[in-house]
Write a protein that binds this ligand. Sequence first.
Ligand code: PNS
Length: 167
Amino acid sequence: MGKIAVYPGSFDPITFGHADIVGRALECFDGVIVAIAADGQKNALFTVEERVDMARVALREKPDVVVESFRGLLVDYVARTKATVILRGLRATSDFDYEFHMASTNKNLNENVETLFMMASKDFFFVSSRTIKEVAGLDGSVKGLVPECVEKKLKERFAAIRKREQK
Ligand code: PNS
């Protein structure tokens, strides 16, 4: 088995920023496991199954990528996969505080697991799932920022929410 990185997150939903990190990580690792947290995000727009499905479609052309969901502690999941590296994307210095705490907590829980950071590329440093949802929720365009399947799912989900709110 080669060197595998676990790329964890909520992926609610996956964006081109995430896909870009996965693509670049494949230049450094033999494989990437995209690990979607099933618990944690209480107000997720999409179920974990939907998030896994969208990520699988978005990444289907990339070799050596596995998309899975996980429950419980990330370090325990990483240990089960036999990987030793957690990969996280960094967009701005504002991400640093949260990431530093998370990496330190994970190191404290399992000292064999390293967290590595990859800078977001210039085309996607401003893209986050949160702002994507905000823009799509207000009927704005997210074209070029998320895969087509995600664009479609966002449209459907927010149309359903609006319909429910009108009742
Ligand atoms: O995309 P996100 O929401 O920033 O990802 C956060 C995630 C899912 C990686 C993080 O919340 C996580 O690892 N959750 C699993 C529970 C855990 O291990 N917590 C301890 C580390 S802070």
